[in-house]
Design a protein around this ligand. Sequence first.
Ligand SMILES: [Zn+2]
Length: 313
Amino acid sequence: MFFAPSSALAWWGRPASAPPEMGRRIAVRVGDDSAVNLELPPLSPADALRLQRESTFAASCMALESDLEAGDGTFDQALSNALAAVVASEWPGEEHDRKGRVRSAAQLLDVIEERIPPVGGVCVIPEPEEDRVRGEAHHAMFGDGPYEPWDVRIDAAVLRDGIARTQAVRHARGPGGLERRHVDALFALDEHRSLRCLDSERGDRHWAGAREEDRRSQALALAVLEQIGDEEAARRSANVNQYEGYHPKHSPEGYDFQECPVCGYETLQVTAIDDYGVGIGRGRCIVCTYERNGTVVDDLASAWMFENRWADD
Ligand SMILES: [Zn+2]
């Protein structure tokens, strides 16, 4: 059994797009700088297109999530790609018109509404039978309460209104203006099995932010070391005992100090350890001020697990 936490193996489920005729070689991040190269079979053109739609949808949604005014084109782009993915998955071929062109978002909504008549403006694609049976069995073992099927709600009325508003801006017919409900209806499409990519996209971005924070902290710590000099660094490390043991704020659990990856002294004051229980500490160095955050700690721990346990399986 191979289990891969998304922070360490961020490619999981969404490999980088590459020309389908080429074999894909993907560097999987493990820990700080090390990587494992995996050779993957070539993508079929259909899979390459599906992944391209998925990643365009995910990137556009992230832009809208941080800024509702990210641009009307962003909404249209996300919606067109999501609906094309949904229709291609449910009714293969129907995403194209008679001339073989990919239908517009409004036309794709027509296709969906023809097959699933909307109720109150909403088309509900039920969870496929085989998925539901599997989901119910899993829920019976591990879940609480009644099983909730993974149905997909396509709020065609709100999405059409979103399209009308973005078109109004594009064709100089008025101010347009997307509202939260338009973006919510767009994000709801992620429930469809052809997408389901927003969580991993958020995870990747969170990981990248934590890495950047770590790089800044390391740079600051190096500047501090430069400024205080070797003598002062040694003096601080010699005084480590005054910090040791329980401290209500800094070390409520009373963890031992760990080696700081920046200054090399055993002066990283640990406030918590990684979620996997490997024992890698998050905290701040009392000599150089380097601070190791929780995401980096969990990443190092999962890399350790990968190298020492999973790799043997
Ligand atoms: Zn340090």
